[in-house]
Design a protein around this ligand. Structure first.
Ligand code: FNR
Length: 376
């Protein structure tokens, strides 16, 4: 409605209204190394492309005369009552995309009520990121490091800072084969714009002092040696559980047996995601994994991400059983185009499109969408 009224006053929106335009303007706004990092994926990027294309196989059946004048997009997620089913997926190194990228994104979360899953790899410490999220709840994403005491410290800080849940990412204990980043030797990472949570951590600082290293390069080297934990197995679930009394969701689960195992092991939810095709190439599209994971989760929360590009995609994922849907690259492009305002624009556009789709197709709330997605 805001846009129609603007039109009456003779003004058109200055921000993109289609994903193609958002991507084009976002890409033009980023320098080539940053764009390679944001837009790049594993191998020839066929999984990343398939993630997006696979949404085309699904469609919602329109229903008429159901009185959908008022829609309710609110949801419950791990004890949180949220006004909409959208989340901002954890994206590391946002500081290379825009000035104060993490804080700008956090402010957009505050302004829209859409929770941000704050990445371990941020330019601002997790406490500052949480502060900027204001009254909107936040989740903290942990890349479990090789040092257990460091993981314990990071999770303890997140709990103390007021995050409402922990998302543990399982699929990045080692970096995938990502040509666009390899060609540039992971330059954005090495600029050190993602180490704030480590450099402000007492355990990391103690390890740095022990290593005898000084200066930025020593910190980057220590971080690189600790970043991923290659020995992690299902046996670590009990330890994950012992880290916090906050709800824990495991991210990167695409197999129903893995989902069941996580939930049986005391986890509170799943993030069904293939990391946007950035980690492994050659996999099946993430959206095709969603229904079996939802069935295995048997009522436990399942957040979906990977390939969501529109409000219609949000509706489709909800109809396939997702409790909530997270966006990654779309809001990063918004951030590149117009900072906080760009992220807010992307969030509001996706939500408006999802809401209008439910209106036109005759679905009043998220529960009504369940099971109504047909495969072509
Ligand atoms: C990510 N993703 C990610 N995931 C995570 O758990 N921690 C992180 O720090 C990051 N960092 C990151 C950086 C960039 C540039 C991208 C694009 C993605 C993965 C992210 O949370 C999500 O799974 C994907 O973005 C989903 O894919 P699409 O929809 O963005 O293609």
């Amino acid at each position: 409605l805001g846009i129609y009224l603007q039109g009456v006053a003779g003004a058109a929106p200055d921000l993109p209204m289609s994903y193609a335009e958002l991507e084009a303007r976002g890409s033009a706004a980023m320098d080539p190394a940053v764009l390679g990092y944001v837009a790049g994926g594993a191998g020839d990027e066929s999984t990343q492309i398939a993630n997006v294309d696979a949404f085309g196989q699904y469609g919602l059946m329109p229903r008429m005369l159901v009185g959908a004048a008022q829609r309710d997009l609110s949801i419950d997620l791990v004890g949180l009552r949220l006004p909409s089913p959208l989340l901002l997926a954890p994206v590391g190194v946002l500081g290379v995309v825009a000035e104060d990228g993490d804080l700008a994104t956090a402010r957009a979360a505050a302004a829209t009520g859409v929770p941000m899953i704050a990445s371990t790899l941020s330019e601002a410490p997790l406490e500052r990121v949480r502060e900027e999220q204001g009254g909107t709840p936040g989740l903290f994403q942990l890349y479990p490091p090789a040092d257990r005491a460091l993981a314990e410290s990071l999770v303890g800080r997140a709990e103390a800072a007021g995050y409402s849940a922990i998302v543990i990412t399982l699929d990045t204990w080692i970096n995938g084969w990502r040509p666009r980043d390899l060609e540039r030797a992971y330059l954005p990472m090495l600029q050190g714009l993602c180490l704030a949570n480590y450099l402000t951590d007492p355990r990391f600082r103690a390890l740095l002092a022990e290593s005898g290293g000084t200066g930025g390069e020593a910190a980057v080297r220590l971080w690189a040696s600790l970043f991923g934990n290659p020995t992690m197995t299902w046996d670590d679930l009990a330890w994950f559980r012992s880290l916090t009394s906050l709800p824990i969701l495991l991210k990167g689960v695409c197999d129903p047996d893995d989902a069941k195992r996580a939930l049986d092991g005391g986890m509170n939810g799943i993030v069904c995601s293939n990391h946007g095709g950035r980690q492994a190439n050659g996999g099946i599209p993430a959206i095709d994994c969603l229904e079996p994971v939802v069935a295995a989760a048997d009522g436990a929360p399942v957040v979906f991400d990977s390939g969501v590009r529109s409000g219609v995609d949000v509706v489709k994922a909800l109809g396939l059983g997702a409790t909530a849907v997270a966006i990654g690259r779309p809001y990063v492009h918004g951030l590149a185009v117009a900072g906080q305002r760009g992220v807010e624009h992307v969030v509001r556009s996706l939500l408006a499109e999802a809401d209008l789709t439910m209106a036109v197709d005759g679905y009043r709330d998220v529960a009504a969408l369940r099971g109504e997605i047909r495969r072509r």
